[in-house]
Design a protein around this ligand. Structure first.
Ligand SMILES: [Zn+2]
Length: 511
């Protein structure tokens, strides 16, 4: 969620959702991510551990694993299987997360507290819920059911089984998605039939109304996650969790983590200027209003504290930037990477590059050892070659990142996202407005993504509301790792193991 959505869509929000939180709670208007890359896995991990990937180890969503020489997923774990389906979508655990979360700290301190975490995406549920949750659930896109993994439990709770038995995703996908308000009134967004939008719902144009009739049953379940229906479904599951797990009714605090993934999934295809994204947020506003009223009914009006933020924001579609003559574009790595590999062969007698992922280059250290070539020489050589490529802004070697003390702003962002076991040997960043892809395809020139250290990716909303939260706006810069540092004091806990953020004093001292 981009920070400006709060204001771009403000006039169309209801009175009981974002508006109520913004006008009665604390609005940290200058909240920034403090590392690169701004992806979903690192985002959730950093919010809930109060530290950066350099410490918690979630350096991307997927990256190259040196041990196995294969791709590794931030929450993938083949030692566990699905609970709640027969697919492989439950082969997950939080064991790549090397730091304690605020939810872990709560469970460690007060075993009677309950932690429930739920999301459409597995990483959106697993990383917030931490290592000790009482229930961590995500949607199996193959079955449409909420599942978990045997890391947590061998059986779903009855309330979730009953919820799944309603088979709502299939029913939703037989409905039509039309705009909440008359489509002419979406003046905050660009026109509906836009060349920058990807076709993901089987229609011939990216326009309302969406009927999903051209998709088969499997495709429908997959596409479900990109619709506003999935937010409704997730919210309804969260409400079942509140009621059935008796959240807020124990002697010690309970913690509910809800991560709405569909805004990201739809956003990748449609971009932040689309009517589709605006409509999804107007509907999400109503879901949030429903969540507040449920908690107020079930737990009590002044008996809960809530924060809302985003795991990253997003860049406008780069093709739109190009067409409007703004800085930005695409970085297609296929050719430059081939040239780089060829030049390594010329220079060192073999291709030293094992893998490139997330702008990290992994060097074949074993081969270097056999050939008795110094890694620093290779790192520096690749760095110099990368620096010659247009639209690459900065290049850092692992050695530089490990040895530098406080550096300049951009280097610090990379340093905070670098972890010596998991990250590559050379990390580069692109000029602002650029998205990296391997190949130049039509699909890659539609829709958008995120991951950089620039404000369009790092500036996110941060709203606090409820018990002991003062009504105020904070303009001082807040870093994303400050959330857990603040929650630590709201919950009267000791700091989780690696929390490096600082508490937001405006919230704690003004209550
Ligand atoms: Zn994304």
């Amino acid at each position: 969620m981009c920070y400006d959505y709060l204001y771009r869509y403000y006039a169309k929000f209801s009175e009981e959702g974002f508006k109520k939180i913004m006008s009665n709670g604390t609005n940290c208007r200058n909240t920034q991510y403090n590392y690169i890359p701004t992806f979903t896995g690192p985002g959730h991990a950093s919010i809930y551990t109060g530290t950066t990937p350099s410490n918690h180890g979630i350096i991307a969503n997927d990256w190259h694993d040196r041990k196995t020489n294969k791709e590794k997923n931030c929450v993938g774990d083949i030692n566990y299987i699905s609970t709640g389906s027969n697919t492989k979508n439950g082969q997950c655990s939080p064991l790549n997360l090397k730091a304690l979360t605020i939810t872990d700290q709560l469970k460690l301190t007060y075993p009677t507290s309950k932690v429930i975490s739920i999301s459409i995406k597995n990483r959106g549920a697993i990383l917030p819920g931490g290592h000790k949750s009482d229930g961590t659930y995500w949607l199996d896109q193959a079955t449409g059911d909420f599942i978990t993994s045997t890391y947590y439990t061998k059986e779903l709770p009855n309330w979730l089984k009953n919820f799944n038995d309603q088979k709502m995703p299939e029913k939703y996908m037989n409905q039509t998605w039309n705009t909440l308000l008359p489509i002419e009134s979406y003046s905050e967004s660009s026109s509906d039939n836009s060349p920058y939008e990807e076709l993901i719902f089987g229609n011939s144009t990216p326009t309302f109304p969406y009927t999903f009739t051209k998709l088969d049953e499997t495709e429908k379940l997959k596409a479900f996650s990109a619709t506003p229906f999935a937010n409704t479904h997730l919210l309804n599951a969260s409400i079942e969790a509140i009621k059935n797990e008796q959240l807020g009714k124990h002697n010690t605090p309970d913690f509910l983590c809800v991560s709405f993934s569909s805004t990201d999934i739809l956003g990748h295809a449609y971009g932040p200027q689309s009517i589709e994204i605006e409509d999804m947020y107007l509907r999400l506003d109503l879901e949030i209003a429903k969540l507040l009223s449920t908690i107020e009914n079930e737990v009590g009006k002044n008996e809960y504290t809530l924060f809302i933020t985003a795991d990253h924001a997003v860049v406008p579609v780069p093709q739109l930037l190009i067409d409007q003559q703004l800085p930005g574009g695409y970085f297609f790595f296929e050719k430059p990477l081939k040239n780089l590999r060829d030049s390594c062969v010329q220079k060192f007698g073999f291709d030293c590059i094992l893998n490139e992922s997330n702008n990290n280059i992994y060097i074949d250290k074993q081969k270097l050892k056999i050939k008795d070539i110094n890694i620093t020489v290779v790192q520096n050589y690749i760095k110099e070659q990368l620096k010659l490529i247009s639209n690459i802004k900065n290049v850092y070697t692992a050695e530089e990142l490990e040895n530098s003390e406080q550096a300049d702003y951009w280097k610090n962002l990379v340093k905070s996202g670098y972890q010596k076991v998991e990250s590559g040997d050379i990390i580069f960043t692109l000029e602002p407005g650029f998205l990296p892809y391997y190949k130049d395809t039509k699909k890659n020139r539609q829709g958008t993504s995120h991951g950089s250290g620039y404000s369009y990716d790092t500036h996110v909303p941060l709203l606090w509301y409820g018990k002991n939260i003062p009504q105020q706006e904070v303009y001082r810069k807040i870093e994303i790792t400050d959330i857990t540092a603040t929650l630590t004091h709201i919950l009267n806990l000791a700091k989780p193991s690696m929390t490096t953020g600082e508490p937001i004093l405006e919230i704690l001292e003004n209550k």
